[in-house]
Write a protein that binds this ligand. Structure first.
Ligand code: SF4
Ligand code: SF4
Length: 89
């Protein structure tokens, strides 16, 4: 499902996934508009498959994965946010 494919580069930093919070619903993978994520073949501590990053360069930091995740297990940070986190840590 790729409908934001306008060729523009966006300042996305990285995707964060808390694997053991995931319940394997797949919403983040299915509804990501840029096909950034895929389900891992591995299982987490609860016995579910969890998402992993397939193509970080395509992420536009839209935040949809974060909004849809019922377990608050996935979110994206921009480069600016990432720099702030690194400076504070
Ligand atoms: S923020 Fe999430 S939903 Fe949006 S493009 Fe990136 S991985 Fe996909
Ligand atoms: S939306 Fe959340 S609970 Fe569902 S697969 Fe993605 S990370 Fe796991």
């Amino acid at each position: 499902m790729k409908f934001f494919n306008n060729g523009m580069k966006t300042p996305c930093g990285e995707i964060h996934i808390i694997e053991n919070r995931c319940k394997g619903c797949g919403f983040c993978v299915t509804y990501c508009p840029r096909d950034v994520l895929e389900m891992s073949k591995e299982f987490n501590a609860k016995g579910y498959h969890f998402p992993q990053v397939k193509d970080i360069d395509s992420c536009i930091c839209c935040g949809l994965c974060e909004m849809l995740c019922p377990e608050f297990a996935v979110w994206a940070t921009t480069i600016k946010e990432k720099e702030v986190v690194e400076v504070l840590s």
